[in-house]
Design a protein around this ligand. Structure first.
Ligand SMILES: Cc1ncc(COP(=O)(O)O)c(C=O)c1O
Length: 379
């Protein structure tokens, strides 16, 4: 059937039934090797578990549909997916990246990528003029954006960034981990590659490391990414792929609920005597609100940050006092997490020292607000 709603595709994991048994949940394909035909061919399409796996392919098919792409590659972590996007460029490559972004990838771009022929210029990606000014026509191969971007939730206009990148002959890749395909489909806005840390919302239960790339076209960049995954062995394991597929089945209800919870919490603390500022694109005061309202549908995401009055000491003490929020890194799971982000990112990070990053789960927003209130009062 054509034109099924995305939540229908996700809930039914693409609607695939196991042909042998009729099982509505397909068995996990654990085999690492496959029988050759007597004439030396592999007509069933599988030869070995490092290049490909049927359970991985099922997740990829669902993700490709949810993102409206041409093909997907699922990998062992978000970092595998992100670094593959850069390593699959023809080198030497100049790239443009945001100064507010997932710190692990920024560190890789700063410290590891130059030795691999990849030179990054970091810009304020909330400002299209800054993106344009950083481009070196003929040399810039890729513009990387993350929206909303960790941990300030800066918003980049995807359609505008795509048009600017394309005018200079560069690709646009979007780290869409926080918006998920439920809220935004960057390919429809002009992006060439969409990246996810599947560890976060796609799986949603804080029990699988995974990454994904969705490509707008099966072009030369895609083919080099396929080859890298096969040669470097970054494919996701079959058991993790099955768990990721299970997570995807509830993606839409989880993300919509998390967006509603984040909005309630953001509004509660927006004018609060112990809070300096709430950073959430759903609030009208956020500098990216208008763009976010245009390109994010049915919510502004489940991530927000609060800047605690009293500086770093007050923020760290608040984190120490929470009872329901879990003091842990990562995001996008069913349980709410809180983190003093500057402690993670270290020197050189744009993260202010008074900032707590909040990943809103599926608990009652009233319980989460009450817990933060008591934690701040006791700090
Ligand atoms: C926005 C974003 N992108 C990429 C990553 C990296 O993903 P992973 O930890 O799955 O390698 C993370 C992880 O925290 C992230 O938050």
């Amino acid at each position: 059937m054509k034109n099924l709603a995305p939540e229908t595709l996700a809930a039914q994991a693409g609607g695939v039934i196991d042909e042998e048994t009729g099982a509505i949940v397909r068995p996990v394909h654990m085999a690492t090797t496959f029988l050759r035909d007597p004439d030396n061919q592999y007509r069933k399409g599988y030869s070995y578990g490092r290049p490909d796996n049927a359970t991985v392919r099922q997740v990829e098919a669902v993700l490709t549909q949810l993102e409206g792409g041409a093909a997907s590659l699922v990998s062992a972590s978000g970092m595998t997916a992100a670094t593959t996007t850069f390593l699959a460029l023809e080198r030497p490559a100049h790239v443009v990246a945001p100064d507010v972004m997932y710190w692990g990838l920024r560190k890789w771009l700063q410290e590891d990528a130059p030795g691999l022929g990849i030179e990054a210029t970091f810009v304020d990606a909330g400002d299209p003029v800054a993106i344009r000014a950083a481009l070196r026509p003929g040399k810039t191969k890729l513009v990387w954006i993350e929206t909303p971007a960790n941990p300030l939730w800066t918003i980049t206009d995807i359609a505008e960034a795509a048009s600017i990148a394309h005018q200079a002959g560069a690709l646009l890749a979007v780290d869409s981990t926080v918006q998920t395909p439920v809220l935004t489909q960057p390919i429809a806005l002009g992006a060439d590659v969409v990246m996810h840390s599947g560890t976060k919302y796609l799986n949603g239960h804080s029990d699988v490391m995974a990454g994904a790339l969705v490509f707008a076209r099966t072009d030369a960049h895609f083919e080099r990414a396929v080859r890298l995954r096969s040669m470097l062995g970054g494919i996701l394991g079959p058991f993790e792929a099955a768990l990721l597929l299970r997570g995807l089945r509830t993606l839409h209800v989880r993300v919509r609920h998390q967006c509603a919870g984040a909005m309630t919490i953001a509004q509660h603390f927006a004018r609060h005597r112990r809070i300096e500022a709430v950073l959430y694109p759903g609030l009208a005061v956020h500098p990216g609100h208008a763009v976010a309202a245009r390109q994010m549908h049915s919510g502004f995401g489940g991530m927000l940050s609060v800047r605690v009055k009293g500086g770093e000491a007050a923020a760290v003490a608040t984190a120490a006092n929470v009872k329901i929020w879990k003091r842990a890194t990562s995001l996008g799971g069913v349980e709410s997490l809180l983190e003093h982000r500057a402690s993670v990112e270290g020197p050189g990070s744009p993260c202010p020292p008074d900032l707590l990053r909040l990943s809103v789960g599926l608990e009652s927003p009233d319980d989460l607000i009450g817990d933060l209130e008591q934690a701040m009062a006791a700090a």
